[in-house]
Design a protein around this ligand. Structure first.
Ligand code: BTN
Length: 246
């Protein structure tokens, strides 16, 4: 088992920045980020004391770049399982929620984003930044129709802050320990069937862009996440990018 070491701050710039120089098992959390970072240089905004913001340092020493590229999917699986593990006992979540991985880095519930993952290589480690919308009930208008939170999905009055954030943090760390260890020992194939079972994009028409203004996006019906971690879009294997559902 990984002996997680938790370092918490009330306020920081970004927990992913705090995690630079950390070693395997270090976990950096904050109640508020003044410069939270998302993928593709997007900002990650989160009201103070409302959501889970955490950066976990894990070792990837000795692993090929191809294997390391599959780590975000393993993290997505851990987040899905952690949410399921808390349903409905600790968070009062509605029964039957089925979180899904939206390749490569998002977790969705009922088609809306509940969590984002930002993995950054740092020497022999990867800094795994995880942001989960826990208690937030209102979102900026640009994302309001695409975002959700555990509070919005729970029974009225069942939700408590900050204990709900801490429950989720511990649940994710327990799942991460399990799935990371399997992946580390047995490769992506050891976790692939579990990931394929929660693949949001399979069978949907998707557009994959490498940048926000990508002039030649890849468009097609997705055959889902492949055994090498790529996304099959109409028979074309895509190894990186941001997927949008039409
Ligand atoms: C995304 O969906 O674009 C990824 C969002 C990742 C956000 C988390 S919050 C904790 C960690 N610190 C950051 O600055 N970003 C990640």
């Amino acid at each position: 088992m990984i002996g997680w070491r938790i370092h918490h701050k009330a306020e920081t710039t970004s927990t992913n920045l705090d995690a630079r120089g950390g070693s395997h098992g270090d976990v950096f959390t904050a109640d508020y980020q003044t410069a939270g970072r998302g993928r593709l240089d997007h900002k990650w905004l989160s009201p103070p004391g409302t959501n889970l913001m955490m950066s976990v340092v894990v070792s990837v020493a000795g692993l090929s770049p191809e294997r390391v590229a599959t780590l975000p999917l393993v993290i997505g699986l851990a987040v899905c399982r952690a949410i399921c593990a808390l349903t409905p006992v600790k968070l009062g979540l509605l029964r039957g929620l089925s979180p899904k991985i939206k390749w490569p880095n998002d977790v969705l519930i009922k088609g809306r984003k509940v969590a984002g993952i930002l993995c950054e290589r740092s020497g022999d480690t990867v800094i795994v930044g995880i942001g989960v919308n826990v208690g937030q009930t209102e979102f900026d208008k640009e994302i309001a129709d695409r975002a959700t939170s555990l509070a919005l999905l729970s029974h009225a009055g069942a939700f408590r802050l900050p204990s709900s954030v801490l429950s989720l943090r511990d649940s994710i760390l327990a799942e991460l320990d399990n799935w990371y260890s399997l992946w580390r020992a047995g490769g992506f194939t050891a976790v692939y069937s579990e990931i394929a079972a929660v693949d949001f994009l399979k069978g949907r028409t998707v557009t994959v862009r490498q940048t926000d203004d990508d002039a030649a996006p890849i468009v097609g019906v997705s055959n889902g996440i492949m055994a090498d971690g790529s996304l099959d879009v109409g028979g074309v294997k895509v190894f990186a990018g941001e997927a949008h559902v039409e």
